[in-house]
Design a protein around this ligand. Structure first.
Ligand SMILES: CCCCCCCCCCCCCC(=O)O
Length: 132
């Protein structure tokens, strides 16, 4: 499974603007841009186990493709949504529980990198991860 393994954040694109659109304050945006995020992905058929390690927290998430689950951002913002597989790309639509607005996300392997794309209120950001 192409996503499997440990991935360390390498760089961000437009992430601070994205966090600003999400309503994250300046100090948290500065910390968030340097969160040292590491994710470990284990796919088994349509089931995924994700271990998320960052400066803020260490959590484990389990989800099944097409099945809605709850996920809280590090600042406590609660989302609900589901990942699906479109070709080789994971695609998700999450809804914020506090305001009903939609956050779209994708996860794909591009070359030797894992690229996560987030879109919220028309603001797109990418986070690039390398194996490690
Ligand atoms: C303000 C910072 C927002 C960061 C956006 C994170 C969006 C996360 C998408 C949902 C991830 C679900 C769990 C997972 O599959 O790892």
């Amino acid at each position: 499974m192409a996503f499997n393994g440990a991935w360390k954040i390498d760089r961000n694109e437009n992430y601070e603007k994205f966090m600003e659109a999400m309503g994250i304050g300046m100090m948290k945006r500065k910390l968030g841009a340097h969160d040292n995020l590491k994710i470990t992905i284990q796919q088994n058929g349509d089931k995924f186990n994700i271990k998320e390690h960052s400066n803020f927290r260490n959590i484990e998430i389990e989800f099944t493709l097409g099945v809605s689950f709850d996920y809280s951002l590090a600042d406590g913002t609660e989302l609900s949504g589901a990942w699906t597989l479109e070709g080789n790309k994971l695609v998700a639509t999450f809804t914020r529980k506090d305001n009903g607005k939609v956050l779209k996300a994708t996860r794909e392997i591009v070359g030797d990198e894992l690229v996560q794309t987030y879109v919220y209120e028309g603001v797109e950001s990418k986070r690039f991860f390398k194996r490690g």
